[in-house]
Design a protein around this ligand. Structure first.
Ligand SMILES: C[S@@+](CC[C@H](N)C(=O)[O-])C[C@H]1O[C@@H](n2cnc3c(N)ncnc32)[C@H](O)[C@@H]1O
Length: 170
């Protein structure tokens, strides 16, 4: 099972919305098995992935709350269903902001308990696109439960939603 709602089609959708030039340097924060990273490489991007517990040799082992990259290193950051799991969404956003070039793009889909637009803006990003994926996310969990599969994180309780957002570092 994909470790994020929407699977490959969702990753492709985010990339279409971001409209990055070929060869752009992209970091997948919380890359897991590296599925999205390999897809981005196949599409012509210079994609890298980091994860605390990588499920592939191609993904670097490391903590995305302390990224081993200098400031302004990447054209874009992608993260799917990982910032919330880390328990430190604002810390993850700070690191994403730090490693992005000025004007760099953040492609994020994740669980939010607060209005996603204000979370992004508080971290210094300009919001370009926002899509509510809560329905897709609920189906994803239901399917995982039904098949007794591990979807990679605990089900959050309370009033929250799953949002896709494309933002720019300002
Ligand atoms: C639900 S999985 C999603 C994996 C991948 N993004 C995907 O969609 O297939 C969440 C991932 O975030 C990783 N993760 C959580 N906190 C992290 C941190 N502080 N640094 C690096 N990876 C982290 C976990 O190890 C896990 O692989």
């Amino acid at each position: 099972m994909n470790a994020h709602p929407g699977g490959e089609a969702h990753t492709r959708h985010m990339l279409e919305l971001a409209d990055l030039p070929k060869g752009a340097g992209i970091l997948d924060m919380g890359a897991g098995s590296g599925e999205a990273m390999r897809l981005m490489q196949a599409l012509g991007y210079d994609a890298h992935g980091i994860d605390l517990e990588p499920r592939s040799d191609e993904v670097m082992e490391g903590d995305f709350l302390r990224l081993p990259y200098p400031d302004g290193h990447f054209d874009a950051v992608l993260s799917q269903c990982a910032f919330f799991v880390s328990g430190n969404v604002s810390g993850a956003l700070r690191e994403a902001y730090r490693v992005l070039k000025p004007g760099g793009t953040l492609m994020l889909s994740d669980v939010f308990f607060e209005a996603p637009a204000s979370v992004a803006e508080a971290a210094g990003f300009e919001l370009l696109q926002l899509e509510d994926m809560t329905g897709t996310w609920q189906e994803y969990y239901l399917e995982a439960l039904w098949r007794e599969e591990d979807c990679g994180c605990e089900i959050p309780r309370g009033k929250c939603g799953y949002w896709l957002m494309i933002s720019r570092k300002v």
